[in-house]
Ligand binder design. Sequence first.
Ligand code: NAP
Length: 484
Amino acid sequence: MSPRIAIIGAGFGGLCMAIQLERAGITTYTVFEKADRVGGTWRDNTYPGAGCDIPSHLYSFSFEKYASWSRRYPDQPEILAYMDYCTDKYGVRRKIRFGADVTHATFDHDQWRLTFHDGTTQHREEFDVLVAGVGQLNRPKFPDIPGMEEFGGVSFHSARWNHAHDLTGRRVAVIGNGSSAAQFVPPVAERAAHLDVFQRTPNWVIPKPDAAFGPLTRLALHFVPGLQRAYREWIYRYAEGTLYPALARGWSEGLLKKRALDHLKAQVADPDLRARLTPGYPPGCKRVVIDSRFYPALTRENVDVVTDPIVRVTAKGVETAEGLREADTIIYGTGFRSTEFLAPIAITGRAGTRLDEQWERGAEAYLGISAPNFPNLFLLYGPNTNLGHNSIIFMLECQVNHVMNCLPYLSTRGPMEVSPEAMAAWTRQLDRAMARMVWGNGCRSWYKTAEGRVTNNWPGPTTLYRRLTALPPLPAYRFGQRSS
Ligand code: NAP
């Protein structure tokens, strides 16, 4: 009998899991999605200019080639359309329960008991397997600046864009200058009367060679056998062959830095502004911004890059050490609570172990998928599986492949759980690999905890991750541990 599988989240991870189950003929699953449509981060991030800086043909499932990509880099509506297309094509939509917010998941008597909050009522259901596909960047992070609640204008986070608030002619303050801000600052600058971009730390920025596909290219990609696959493979190998070594072996101070500095020089003529936009840490330590429109927007007459430290927010705007910068709108491009994996769901495993307590010093999981004391729980885009150089969809497919390899054992051998020995060996290997990476020192980033442990990123080549997740799962797992 097929196990009953609960999947939390209908973003790329949850959808990939559901699709592969359907393709394998396993229909004993339900996807629980707290919102009212699929898409995950691509449903939430609707800010103007939202898009992906990974090319369309790589930022998509390897098994679902898509003829409709209109440009090299997809924008948010196009990605969401692709996700809807896949949901329908593979018959997954009928298995998604929308508006179902999982608040608790408890492993008890070899079952995962889920508690849901559906609007006003709470109820429980039981499953053999729990797959969490909630992502790393799903909960907006607001800064802790004194006086924020006193602001008299309109304020919102980039991942919860207030589309009802017309920015035409406004005095806007943007706090943050990461990948999200880099995308929404240019369109906001075009509409606002004045825009202050508050930059705490400059980012390395490299160009995004975006372009619409011409009709001939689109036809060729659609009809020439193997062309789309070859194009995808080329983009993948390019990212793996050039960007990964830059992050891994200290090479980022070479070619990557030169590329970013050339880009800055080409786009920003004012030497003072250029100096303020030049980071003092190695490229790649924080996520490199890939964008060609950000710098030109910062050089506009109506835009100021403010680097004086923010002191407080007042009713009238944002006050820095140099004085008040008046604003009627504040947009927080301040990122996500990325290291609090799976929060706010309360997950309790074997013998009452709480996942948030087990991860008090930083989240960790074997392959980023399985945690000791949590049988039959599989994480997608879990700890140490984010990338700074390639497509996260590739990683999700590897993780789903691993879960599919585990499923046959469950019906014959009972609940499976990664062994403490396998977990310890995994952590040792990860730590060794992490020491080579550029993320550890010299910058603050969403890749690591406040204590400096990198909990989000995968430190190896993605080819290695694919190999490791494709190995037979058995040696790392043990079976039949008592649930309480
Ligand atoms: P982010 O990279 O975490 O950037 C947050 C920004 O807010 C930083 O500039 C940070 O400054 C600033 N900030 C935070 N707290 C602050 C405070 N108290 N005072 C002043 N500034 C403060 O967030 P994000 O831009 O939303 O991007 C998050 C990730 O989402 C990206 O790295 C990327 O992986 C993903 N993303 C991807 C795409 C894509 O095209 N693939 C597009 C958008 C986002 P500090 O640097 O000083 O901390």
